[in-house]
Design a protein around this ligand. Sequence first.
Ligand code: GTP
Ligand code: MG
Length: 196
Amino acid sequence: MKISTAEYITSGIHAAHYPDDRLPEIALVGRSNVGKSSLINALLGRRNLARTSSQPGKTRAANFYLINDGFYLVDLPGYGYAKVSQSERQRFERMITSYLTSREELRLVLQVVDFRHPPTALDQAMYDLLQQAGAPRIVVANKVDKVGRSKWEVNRKGVLASLPGLHQDALILFSAETRQGVEELWKHILAALSPQ
Ligand code: GTP
Ligand code: MG
């Protein structure tokens, strides 16, 4: 995928703050610190467009990145970060749920999980929410570089087993560090963006 332009446009915590130009959107959801912002940078081949941090809780609003003047990548706050106050956690939850269930521009959700561990209860709840919302989604298992190759098959099966109904073609082993999986993920994104 050739990236001609990639720029940060805006952040918002409410639909009124989101872009209103009706361009299609691809959103990322996942536990805090799982690597959503890093994944955006890996996809775009940019080092620091989306801000990342080794401290969880970095992304605190929906951040919109405009790609090739044609669509947005939307970086959402992570879930499951205990140190965020309860009221802020509820605010994130409401915001993410309302975005995922009612955003008309949404074409595909990239649900990012950590390949080192089986999906958590919160990952499973997010997966169920996406199923119920009928949102097209791909599960991206990130940080594959941290797992020895001999464990890949067992871990891959573990992810499939804990997310019922997930087709194996909709699970991508990924590393934002080595960029493994970038081309495969682009194929899914471009398919979701092309007119049906
Ligand atoms: P929040 O904004 O808090 O929701 O986190 P996030 O999901 O955006 O995570 P972020 O991209 O900030 O990455 C968190 C940490 O994981 C950073 O220290 C990254 O360098 C590291 N990281 C992300 N992806 C990978 C990967 O594929 N491999 C390795 N080894 N480290 C990664
Ligand atoms: Mg982030």
